[in-house]
Design a protein around this ligand. Structure first.
Ligand SMILES: [Zn+2]
Length: 59
């Protein structure tokens, strides 16, 4: 399942949710202020891949 990133238009926090693609456009309430729907941002999946830092000693 892809991770989608959301941003609340009211309190402007960002959060991520693991969702099925079929649910991607279903409005999601903000966990911060309880606004009924947050705006979906482009996730790193949608953008074509994350820019994970390479060779940074991740072991
Ligand atoms: Zn909010």
């Amino acid at each position: 399942m892809p991770i989608y990133e959301y941003r609340c238009p009211q309190c402007e926090i960002r959060f991520e949710r693991l969702r099925r693609m079929a649910d991607a456009d279903v409005p999601l309430p903000c966990p911060g202020c309880g606004a009924p729907h947050a705006d979906r941002q482009l996730s790193c999946f949608a953008a074509g891949g994350c820019n994970a830092p390479a060779g940074s000693g991740f072991r």
